[in-house]
Design a protein around this ligand. Structure first.
Ligand code: SAM
Length: 289
């Protein structure tokens, strides 16, 4: 029996394919890591799993052994015959040849619930890294009925996503993740566990979706716009960034910062999610410039 690395190379060779860098194709070749991902995601037969980017189906094969159903969404038509040959006879397997960012996930999930009776939907994937943020944003902002997201991402990205807002690795997306989920890094994965070997190490991130957002926010759209603006010029103070964005008169902003016990010199990345919520509320009550 060949190991996963040899199997992967052979499948690609037989299909006359090379890993497509533009599509973020780095295939997992460590069986133990595949098993660990599935174990951490607590995959069982009452779950419908959405797998984004199945590639040649390494993770898919292990998922099909444990899950009630596996719906795979793969953009690369070259992978389709490989996946069909492996799994088409398995009644639990469903394949959608489409860009994940263009799939109506709400409709897909409703169908899985109504037609197949699944109550628990989980996302498990080794993500294409070039679109990690848009994929996670889509999964969270569309407020889908998903229980958890367990995904391989670039290590540095995992650190930013799993940070507590206000910590050292915070970015604007940290707030979105923390607002909707309970994030944790469940495993570090050195780059040698993929074919071809990527430039960066990876980590498996798990996001458990909260029943309701972590904090109450009056106007979600404005709240997230404010956060995006605050992180748009990382080297500048919050006061200068918001002043440049013409959101409010500088003197009013100074007053608000005082009210929140925040220094005029504070930068966006040091602000907690609760402070952003308060800031958004107070800013909305002030006259815009
Ligand atoms: N799951 C496989 C594994 O673990 O070995 C492959 C993972 S590889 C990192 C990412 C996969 O996502 C590739 O198969 C790639 O073709 C696919 N992909 C890239 N962009 C995509 C998109 N926009 N929508 C769906 N799949 C995409």
């Amino acid at each position: 029996m060949k190991n996963l690395e040899e199997q992967t190379k052979q499948i690609l060779k037989e299909s006359h394919l090379y890993a497509n860098k533009k599509l973020g194709q780095n295939f997992l070749i460590n069986e133990q890591i595949v098993e660990n991902i599935i174990e951490h995601a607590k995959v069982n037969d009452s779950d419908c799993i959405i797998e984004i980017g199945p590639g040649i189906g390494t993770l898919t094969e292990a998922l099909l052994k444990k899950a009630g159903r596996v719906v795979c969404i793969e953009i690369d038509s070259n992978m389709i015959p490989i996946l069909e040959k492996k799994f088409l006879r398995n009644p639990k397997f469903e394949l959608i040849n489409k860009d994940i960012l263009k799939v109506d996930l709400k409709e897909l999930i409703d169908n899985q619930k109504e037609m197949h009776g699944f109550t628990t939907i989980k996302v498990v994937a080794n993500l294409p890294y070039y679109i990690t943020t848009p994929i996670l944003m889509k999964l969270l902002e569309e407020k889908l009925q998903i229980e958890s997201i367990t995904v391989m991402v670039q290590k540095e990205v995992a650190q930013r996503l799993a940070a507590i807002p206000g910590d050292e690795h915070t970015g604007a997306i940290t707030h979105t993740i923390y607002y909707y989920t309970e994030p944790s890094i469940i495993m570090h994965v050195p780059k040698e566990n993929f074919v071809p070997i990527p430039k960066v190490d990876s980590a498996v991130l798990q996001l458990k979706i909260l029943k309701k957002p972590r904090i109450e926010v009056e106007d979600e759209k404005f709240f997230f716009e404010l956060i995006k603006t605050a992180f748009s010029q990382k080297r500048k103070t919050l006061l200068n960034v918001l002043n440049n964005a013409n959101l409010i008169r500088k003197e009013n902003l100074i007053e608000i910062l005082k009210e929140l016990n925040l220094s005029e010199k504070i930068r966006g990345e040091k602000i907690t999610i609760e402070q952003f919520a308060m800031l958004a509320k107070l800013l909305k009550n002030h006259t815009v410039k």
